[in-house]
Design a protein around this ligand. Structure first.
Ligand code: SAM
Length: 259
């Protein structure tokens, strides 16, 4: 899997390329991240990539041409590297508040692909003509405004890369994370580690029992409680999808009555 980032701040890629799970996987060649600076595709002495908005208003707008040239160079490079073929080119994805909000099911979908060309906006945004001509998809991180698309792109990539085969030591750990089908889309249960008593607080007895079935049942119950408290919408979704068993419903009923 290969990601190409069009960014005015290529150094920001180090956050993923050099640290933690994604960094180790990058070193092992399980995925690659290439940064492309639109300034390298300008022809003036100042390497200008932005200009004032037509119609007036605050801030600057990223110009279409350096971004278009960057996309063309990336496409050629991906073809030459054999990552893409003439009939299967990587999608151009713009990080933008106007996009669909990213979520775990999308991350799973991306993990089955070969990567993407991610465009990181800055300033007030990007000339609409570039978006109309080149962008296949827009992705948002949520209903807030960031100063640039880089952090959003890196978050998106991280959510995908950790799902690739061989990236996590224990493949099951990704499956047992929040939002995944193994948890019927609910939140993960709480975790504990040593010591057994920390500042007078003890680890729940069930987790020390060594009784696998009881531990599983406890985790499911905790997952239901936590999700009902923090994200009742996810409980509703699981119910609508037929993902709640009779025991699950009994557990939620008991929780309701205890309130
Ligand atoms: N004027 C734009 C607006 O109001 O929608 C915001 C521009 S923002 C300061 C600069 C860049 O940050 C955007 O072009 C986009 O690439 C990125 N960005 C900002 N918020 C984002 C979000 N919620 N998700 C993804 N990217 C975002």
């Amino acid at each position: 899997m290969r990601f190409d980032l069009i960014t005015l701040f290529p150094d920001m890629c180090a956050a993923l390329r050099e640290h933690g799970v994604s960094g180790r996987a990058h070193q092992r060649g399980l995925w690659t991240l290439h940064a492309w600076n639109p300034r390298d595709f300008t022809h003036d002495a100042h390497r200008t990539v932005d200009d004032r908005p037509f119609g007036g208003g605050p801030g600057m707008v990223m110009m279409a041409e350096p971004l278009a040239l960057a996309v063309q160079a990336i496409r050629a490079d991906r073809l030459q590297a054999g990552v893409d073929s003439p009939d299967q080119v990587a999608p151009v994805v713009l990080l933008s508040p106007a996009g669909q909000v990213h979520h775990q099911a999308q991350a799973r979908g991306w993990a089955g692909g070969t990567g993407a060309i991610l465009v990181c906006g800055r300033y007030e945004g990007i000339d609409q003509r570039f978006i109309d001509h080149y962008v296949d998809q827009q992705v948002s991180l949520g209903d807030f405004v960031l100063s640039g698309g880089e952090l959003a792109a890196l978050v998106l990539i991280d959510s995908v890369v950790r799902l690739l085969p061989g990236v996590l030591h224990d493949a099951e750990s990704a499956e047992q994370d929040s939002f995944n089908p193994a948890l019927t889309g609910l939140l993960d249960s709480p975790h504990y580690t040593r010591p057994e008593v920390w500042r007078d607080q003890v680890v729940p007895e069930t987790l020390l029992s060594g009784h696998h079935a009881r531990i599983q049942a406890w985790r499911r119950q905790q997952s239901l409680h936590l999700t009902q408290a923090e994200r009742p919408d996810l409980v509703e979704q699981a119910r609508a999808a037929g993902g709640l068993s009779r025991q699950d419903e009994a557990c939620l009923d008991a929780l309701d009555k205890a309130r």
